[in-house]
Design a protein around this ligand. Structure first.
Ligand SMILES: Cc1cc2nc3c(=O)[nH]c(=O)nc-3n(C[C@H](O)[C@H](O)[C@H](O)COP(=O)(O)O)c2cc1C
Length: 227
């Protein structure tokens, strides 16, 4: 489906999108009232320097990606506050989906010796905070991010108790755009016994210029800087 047909399919004309302005209409919706609330400075970390893992999952380049723009702004903020940030670019690494073999017995190691097992998992296990970053793909997370999430299986319990953040970008700006992904994230947080500490639902942000003009970049920065 090309971009024009996609826009038709989601019921959002380009003019409406342009006039609504990235972030402006989105700011009005419930989801973004939640995401606008940056934590009170130091309240998440308790003043300690945290280890943070950012899970990027867009196949777009760093200079084109809308979701990586947000995670980049978040990272700037988090580093300015003294936190250590490890960024994993799922679309640029060798990864494999969980094969369901259960050889890990949900307590590792995984049979796949790839970038998830060798580089990412050790970082995630020692992290205080995981940041899930995704473009909206058919109203869910990207396959690249879902591949990582499914590989949590090999260390499910050992990944319990982390703090988490989600940042997602989408073309559509309707108020229901992020509903399914938001419900999935809430369920994941509950199952993984995580503590959600921030959400950025960047609707109406289908291109780099739109997201850069929006309020979502500052939102992401402030969440990082206030941890
Ligand atoms: C395969 C695919 C599926 C998409 N599905 C949706 C969708 O369901 N809803 C939506 O609003 N935008 C959808 N989009 C648009 C992207 O979410 C949007 O362009 C986003 O800003 C891309 O982020 P990125 O540059 O970080 O990859 C889709 C794009 C692609 C390529």
């Amino acid at each position: 489906m090309n971009r024009r047909n996609f826009l038709k399919a989601v019921g959002t004309g380009a003019l409406t999108l342009f006039l609504s302005g990235c972030g402006l209409s989105a700011l009005a919706d419930e989801k973004n009232k939640k995401s606008a609330a940056a934590p009170e400075k130091g309240s998440v970390s308790g003043g300690k320097n945290m280890k943070i893992v950012v899970l990027n999952s867009s196949p777009h380049s760093n200079s084109e990606s809308t979701s990586k723009y947000l995670s980049g702004r978040f990272t700037e903020g988090a580093k300015s506050a003294g936190h250590e940030v490890f960024v994993f670019d799922a679309a640029r690494e060798e990864t494999h989906p969980c094969s369901g073999c259960d050889r890990c017995g949900m307590d590792g190691p995984c049979v796949w010796k790839d970038a998830i097992e060798d580089n990412l998992m050790p970082k995630m296990l020692e992290a205080d905070l995981l940041v899930l970053v995704t473009p909206l793909y058919y109203y869910g997370m990207s396959a690249q991010l879902k591949t990582i999430v499914d590989r949590f299986y090999s260390r499910t319990e050992r990944l319990h108790g982390k703090k988490s953040i989600i940042m997602a970008t989408a073309y559509n700006s309707a108020d229901w755009t992020m509903e399914a992904l938001s419900a999935h994230y809430d369920t994941l947080v509950r199952y993984m016994e995580w503590q959600d500490v921030g959400q950025v639902w960047a609707t109406g942000c289908g291109s780099r210029s739109l997201v850069e003009r929006s309020a979502f970049g500052d939102m992401a920065y402030n969440i990082g800087a206030n941890l």
